[in-house]
Structure formats: structure tokens, C-alpha cells
Design a protein around this ligand. Sequence first.
Ligand code: E4P
Length: 214
Amino acid sequence: MKFFIDTADIAQIREAVSWGICDGVTTNPSLVAKTKKPLAQVIEEITSVVDGPISIEVTALDFEGMMSEARRIAAIKSNVVVKIPLTKAGIQATKACSDAGIKTNVTLCFSAAQARLAAKAGATYISPFIGRLDDVANEGMQIIEDITTIYGNYGFDTQVLVASVRHPIHVVQAARLGADVCTVPFDVLDKLFLHPLTDIGLAKFMEDWKKVPT
Ligand code: E4P
């Protein structure tokens, strides 16, 4: 399972890349707004440090608007992926992008039925939002299981990108279900390293090491 970092913050992206475990980046309009920088600057910063897939979301709501943004976004660099919301216009744009060889990440997916539409339209990635489903007392991970089963049944190439991840257990569950990608906020990525027994074990090794004669 690949790890993407779910942020538009260049300092966080740089740090995750330095750890050697970051395969790509996902952004959305809210994450870009948090940086307080213009989108062009955010894209310039991220593309200068990340070679893997970088998702940039369209903000038009109609098909024509989405397509004109999609063409502009896709032309930035070959690793830039066009993020498109799962609406009727979005699925139509996903199909048109797929026909034109433009990579897409279909976002705001909350059901296996929606994920089925995205795959049919030729999406490169589908992004089911697990945490937001958990927030409304739905079992978010259940749709990951359903989607991986459905895609497997029909041999769809669309990659399952688990999004709206809130804690390390989501990451473990996503991997157990065979998701292709998990996009993880910086704080959760950071928590993946933690285990008290690692700290205790290392402290003991270092203490014992001092007793080894030189
Ligand atoms: C996905 O690509 C989205 O950017 C993101 O995972 C949404 O997460 P949130 O529900 O924590 O905002």
C-alpha cells in the first residue's frame, strides 16, 4: 500500500519526503486555503519536491468548467492528477479525462455505488472518505471492503485511495483490506512511528551499550 500525505503544507510535505515513505500528495480546496497562499504557489512548491502523484482539485461545478481546469492542471507536470468531485458533471468529466489520457482522482466518495460509477468512468483513483463516514456513525471501512471486492470482481484498474484518515488504526485497516493507497494527514503519519516499547527498548540498548568495554 502506498502512502500519500494529505496536506498542502510544504513544510510537512518536505519532512514526510525526507523520511523516505511518502509516495505522493493529495490536496483539496480546504487544505490549500489553510496555507494562505495562492494555488499557483502551492502547486509550484509541491511539484518541486514530490515526484509521485500530486492531486489538485478542480473547483468548477459544471462539466465545461471542470474540463478546462482539468486540462490546465494536467498540463502542469506529468505527475499531477486532477481531483474531481463525485457528481454527475464530475463523472462526466472523469470519463472525458480518461478518454483524453488525463489521470483523475474522484473525490468525496461515500458509497460503493458511487465508487462503481467512478471506475466505470475510468478514474485512476477513487477516494472514499472514511473518517467523515465514521463521524456520522457509519462504518467507514465497510465501504473499502465493498469497493475492493467489487473492483476485484470486475477487474477494474481504478486504485482505491483511502481518504479522510483520522488515526493509525485506519491505516492498518486500509492495508488489511488491500487498499492501493492511503492518504494520511501529517500528524497521523507521524504517529505511525510511535510505540512505547521501541523507546523503552532503545533506551535499554543504549544503557547496556555503555557497559561494553572499548
Ligand atoms: C482526500 O483526498 C481529502 O483531502 C481528505 O482525506 C479529507 O479528509 P478530512 O475528512 O479529514 O477533511
